[in-house]
Design a protein around this ligand. Structure first.
Ligand code: NAD
Ligand code: TDX
Length: 355
């Protein structure tokens, strides 16, 4: 049987993570004439169960690969003859970067370097490299002001420093070699399939279980929240229409303190579950070292240049997200127990041995 030909063959690194899963669920049905190769080594944060609904699609496949392993990556790029990559694979949790920075340096910097080298070898085929990054590279804001694409880089955690290093390499490959790159720097995402170590799913899980809700420091740190679906639509747009070498800030203009956010989650849960007010569980705990005070994104450039703007209001997005976690308690518990990793063994390990 001859191989199907595709208009584009795109590697999506980190496709089993929170944003990567949502992105593949968005892209795979939307572009039936593209092949999407999910490249992920399945750390604790990778969960293939998220992708069950696209698992058997012709234009999707999964490759269990660590982006730190150059030779394995090379073989994958060659076998699928990739024409582009959307690079999301990363160690992504700030608290883990404080207790164990090593994997952040190797994956977020060396892994990005490996992918750039492979992209450089494919420049003659019009290869596009989309680097998915974060607003945390800009450091912390005071009471006022916004991060723009011109803001200086001032990362404060090992996580954000490793992401910043990745951004710099991407920029350098464009300036030095003329590689076709685009970078997106997004604010805090929320929505389905987020690993319950991050603020919103952690608070939902704990509140439901009657556990303490640990708010760091005074709870007045501000984050600018964006629904993951809005982020995925922005990535889709920038990958297709972003200008070569361009950087785009993406944010939702939803600034809220952590304390207020946790109170809102408690109010929604109290209402939905019909319990005693759950905000009594809020507990202030020792602050995160180097805790950035405030993030806020000026997203006017992507809006002006590419016509992107978020579709979710924060009120609707948060209510829908809380409901999603209430409806998927099994998913949450399997994440926490680590049970989800068995899904790979069932679905792929045997299949791999047969080929
Ligand atoms: P996540 O931690 O949920 O998922 C990361 C994925 O990368 C996992 O599937 C994991 O298995 C995979 N991975 C990690 N190391 C790997 C390696 N060495 N080789 C192959 N795969 C590896 O992360 P997320 O929240 O989905 O974030 C995705 C990307 O978006 C990251 O680059 C992150 O920096 C960026 N980002 C995240 C947010 C956010 O709020 N979550 C905001 C802005 C930018
Ligand atoms: O238990 C908690 N209590 C608490 O007060 C946790 C887990 C967090 N927090 C605070 C710290 C932050 O100010 O809530 C805020 C959000 O924390 P996280 O969910 O850990 O996200 P953050 O550190 O802001 O980083 C996230 O957004 C930017 C992602 O994890 C990054 O990958 C992304 O780049």
């Amino acid at each position: 049987m001859g191989q199907r030909s595709y208009a584009k063959r795109i590697g999506v690194t980190g496709g089993a993570g929170f944003i990567g899963s949502n992105l593949l669920l968005h892209l795979v049905p939307r572009y039936p004439d593209y092949l999407f190769v999910n490249i992920d080594c399945l750390t604790y944060a990778g969960n293939l169960m998220n992708l069950e609904s696209i698992e058997s699609k012709d234009n999707y496949c999964f490759e269990k690969i660590d982006i730190r392993q150059f030779e394995t990556l090379l073989e994958c790029f060659d076998r699928h003859d990739l024409t582009g990559v959307i690079h999301l694979a990363a160690e992504s949790h700030v608290d883990r970067s404080i207790t164990g920075p090593s994997a952040f340096v190797s994956t977020n910097i060396n892994g990005t370097f490996n992918l750039l080298e492979l992209a450089r070898g494919r420049m003659d085929r019009g290869f596009r490299f989309h680097h998915v990054s974060t607003d945390e590279v800009y450091g912390s804001l005071g009471e006022t002001g916004y991060f723009t694409e011109q803001s200086p880089y001032r990362p404060n955690s090992p996580y954000s420093a490793s992401k910043a290093a990745g951004d710099h390499l991407v920029r350098a490959y464009h300036e030095t070699y003329g590689l076709d790159v685009v970078t997106t720097n997004c604010s805090n995402n929320y929505g389905p399939y987020q690993f319950p170590e991050k603020l919103i799913p952690l608070m939902i899980r704990n509140a439901r279980a009657g556990l303490k809700l640990p708010v760091y420091g005074d709870g007045r740190n501000v984050r600018d929240w964006l629904h993951v679906q809005d982020h995925c639509e922005a990535i889709d747009l920038v990958f297709h229409e972003g200008s070569k070498g361009g950087s785009y800030n993406i944010g939702g203009h939803n600034e809220i303190t952590n304390l207020e956010l946790v109170q809102r989650i408690c109010a929604i849960l109290t209402d939905r579950l019909g319990t005693e007010p759950l905000d009594r569980l809020i507990t202030f705990v020792e602050d995160r070292p180097g805790h950035d005070r405030r993030y806020a994104i000026d997203a006017s450039y992507i809006q002006r240049e590419l016509g992107w703007k978020p579709r979710y209001t924060f009120a609707d997005g948060l209510a829908q997200t809380v409901q999603w976690y209430l409806d998927h308690t099994n998913w949450m518990e399997r994440c926490v127990s680590g049970d989800y990793s068995k899904y790979y063994d069932r679905m792929y390990a045997d299949r791999r041995e047969m080929t």
